[in-house]
Design a protein. Structure first.
Length: 182
């Protein structure tokens, strides 16, 4: 799927560019769920990045290579392209979340995932539980399935509730709860 106002979603391109720039990041959200085996399509790519200045500078270089522009509610992609946005490590350090449209589709950058208690779980903690996943034509480092499920449960948005099939029995496999085929 893709944003009707933006380019088609190309999952492989942002991964290729982030890896090329040596970015320390973890994929989360729908992309990570696909890596774990989910069959739900995703409309964007979400990642959590290490919040260290050199890494944020690498992220800025990657975003520039992807021709990133802010995604702003109520604005078309063409209008957003005209905004005078400076993409550099300093600017990226000021926001805990930023949403971008790139030539490879929508791309979101997060400082961490929310835990059930509302605490923001940073890259370093998520990375200690991360997994390397292989999908159809891609290899990613992703936050753990448990971390992704907890964040989706905490967010409690309609699309997250749909993604979490919900096990009737708490002892059921986590993969079933995530809507991932067994």
């Amino acid at each position: 799927m893709s944003d009707p106002d933006g380019p088609p979603h190309d999952l492989g391109r942002p991964i290729e560019v982030l890896d090329h720039h040596g970015l320390e990041y973890l994929m989360v959200g729908g992309v990570a769920a696909i890596g774990y085996g989910a069959e739900r399509p995703t409309e964007d790519a979400d990642c959590v990045v290490r919040r260290e200045r050199a890494n944020l500078n690498r992220l800025a270089d990657a975003l520039q290579e992807l021709n990133a522009r802010l995604r702003v509610g109520g604005m078309t992609d063409a209008e957003a392209r005209l905004l005078p946005v400076q993409i550099d490590g300093t600017t990226l350090d000021m926001a805990s979340m930023s949403t971008w449209m790139t030539d490879a589709g929508p791309f979101d950058v997060l400082a961490g995932l929310e835990a059930p208690d509302g605490r923001l779980v940073p890259y370093e903690e998520l990375a200690s539980r991360a997994m390397v996943l292989r999908g159809d034509g891609f290899v990613i480092r992703a936050a753990s399935l448990e971390d992704i499920i907890r964040a989706k449960e905490r967010a409690d948005r309609g699309k997250d509730r749909e993604a979490l099939v919900g096990a009737d029995n708490p002892s059921d496999q986590v993969t079933r709860r995530a809507g991932i085929r067994e």
